[in-house]
Design a protein around this ligand. Structure first.
Ligand code: KIV
Ligand code: ZN
Length: 510
């Protein structure tokens, strides 16, 4: 029989705890809705005793979320438990999550007590919380560093007192997979009332093992997995739920589990969390990183074109991502170039692949990444030198105050020199408006990203932009110690790409 895996998300509690700022109520609601939509079983909305804002937000969320069960965290204190109850009592389904440390280092150094007192407290507080609900989770904080006999005793007492879920956290991300497996199987074998509870695991990523440990624990008998979206959380973070979910999906033939997750919502949820929490994803992040489904080397691109399964174990469409991407660089081969031309609708006989590929390599060596419009330009723009920039910057002056910014820019446009000025809400807005005034293209700025290299007063600013022109997207990049100049160069770079594209269209019409 297949076993249901319960996904418990703590992005709004353990995840938020690690942010440099607090999420506001609106932001938490947006994340909670995304989690509910994704099919998360239990959402830990906060730690209501920690602040009036956390309490109010938990209460607000309890009026909105209907499908996922809500949960609030409490220390082993009556007032904490009362606050969780008060904040969640209107929820359709709620759980009280109580925790207390059980490892010697925490008991002696942090709590300054002993094991017997800890056990008494756990029993008392679980019984206390049972007056509010029969859905009680108890977490043995730092369980992975708790001697196994003590852990077995604590778990047995907690279940007898009325806990229905027992969580075994690897609070400090210390455990190795095999050791975690042994802890979970020992609990299953030695605690005689273990069948009366659901065993849960909560892993941290200090040694990079959070996801591996969670999967191992499932194989040992754990039924609930706790983690966060994108793995955000204390220190090196928590177990990334999207990674566990997709690992189980990818290897489903070997595993007999099912769950409630709508895989298609994973990418969107990850984006929402990354944006609201202001934590950009590293490009090589598993499942949701920018490069997770993009292929760079010529050999890999060739394999992918022949059969996607050669280098992709997972179809990006499953997580709600539309495409596999090829990075066109000097490492790409003819197959990738032909493939992109085909995607754009060009037939083989319409261009000379040898000539195109030779020019592609030369341009890629110079530019780094090549986009579709560069390929078109190389293939069809025989009259236009692809290295020539039709637009170039001659002069600029930016004045910016608290109320208004004024940009004056002089551009060389082919053989003409044009000078214009415009005002804007900020300097980038003013720059953008003045350039549009000069070139007179109907474009829309859809991405503007400023990054700095080496983070000192001497750092170089890099501006990456995307412009939409008709149905196509054009990229631009600008580098300068002066970030205003970097912004102007990025826009000029993109409009030069648009200009080349327009030349091709003209040439093709002739
Ligand atoms: O890491 C941990 O031990 C926790 C508990 C409160 C569950 O976050
Ligand atoms: Zn934690």
């Amino acid at each position: 029989m297949k076993k249901k895996i319960i996904f418990f998300d703590t992005t709004l509690r353990d995840g938020e705890q690690s942010l440099k700022f607090n999420l506001n109520t609106k932001e938490k609601i947006k994340i909670a809705l995304a989690l509910e939509n994704m099919g998360i079983d239990i959402i830990e909305v906060g730690f209501p005793i920690s602040s009036p804002k956390d309490y109010k937000t938990s209460k607000k969320i309890s009026q909105i979320i209907k499908n996922s069960k809500l949960c609030g965290l409490a220390r082993c204190k009556e007032k904490d438990i009362d606050m969780v109850y008060k904040s969640l009592k209107k929820a359709k389904n709620f759980r009280i999550h109580i925790f207390l440390a059980t490892s010697p280092i925490h008991i002696i150094s942090k709590l300054k007590t002993n094991l017997n007192e800890i056990i008494e407290k756990i029993i008392f507080m679980i019984k206390y919380a049972r007056k509010y609900t029969d859905d009680i989770e108890f977490s043995c904080e730092d369980a992975s560093r708790t001697p196994i006999d003590n852990l077995c005793l604590i778990v047995k007492k907690a279940i007898t007192a009325g806990a229905t879920t027992i969580n075994i956290p690897d609070t400090v991300g210390y455990i190795f997979p095999q050791e975690y497996y042994n802890i979970i199987s020992t609990l299953k074998n030695k605690v005689d009332n273990i069948d009366k509870c659901i065993l849960s695991v909560h892993t941290h990523n200090d040694l990079g093992m959070a996801v591996g440990n969670a999967i191992t624990a499932i194989n040992a008998g754990a039924k609930q997995i706790e983690g966060t979206i994108n793995g955000i959380g204390e220190r090196a973070g928590n177990c990334a739920l999207e990674e566990v979910i997709m690992a189980l999906y990818t290897r489903k033939k070997n595993m007999k589990y099912y769950n409630n997750i709508d895989y298609n919502k994973i990418y969107k949820t990850s984006k929402i969390v990354s944006k609201i929490c202001d934590i950009p994803l590293s490009i090589n992040k598993a499942i949701v990183g920018k490069n997770a489904f993009s292929h760079s080397s010529g050999i890999h691109q060739d394999g992918m074109i022949k059969n996607k399964k050669t280098y992709e174990i997972l179809d990006p469409k499953i997580i709600g991502l539309n495409k596999t991407e090829f990075n066109l660089t000097s490492k790409s081969g003819r197959a990738a170039v032909k493939y992109h031309m085909k995607l754009m609708g060009y037939k083989k006989y319409e261009y000379d692949i040898e000539k195109l590929y030779n020019n592609f390599i030369k341009l890629a060596d110079k530019k780094g990444q090549i986009f579709n419009y560069d390929l078109e330009s190389l293939a069809f723009n025989t009259k236009v030198d692809n290295y020539i920039e039709f637009y170039s910057l001659k002069y600029f002056n930016i004045q910016s105050s608290s109320d208004i910014s004024i940009a004056t820019i002089k551009l060389k446009c082919g053989k003409l020199i044009k000078l214009e000025a415009a005002t804007g809400l900020g300097p980038v807005d003013a720059i953008y408006k003045v350039i549009i005034r000069i070139i007179n293209y109907n474009i829309k700025l859809i991405k503007y990203k400023l990054t700095t290299k080496n983070n000192t007063e001497k750092s170089t600013g890099q501006v990456d932009i995307k412009l939409k022109y008709k149905t196509r997207i054009f990229n631009g990049i600008g580098l300068s110690r002066n970030i205003m100049k970097a912004s102007i160069i990025a826009i000029i770079n993109a409009i030069n790409n648009i200009w080349r594209f327009k030349q091709i269209k003209k040439n093709l019409k002739k």
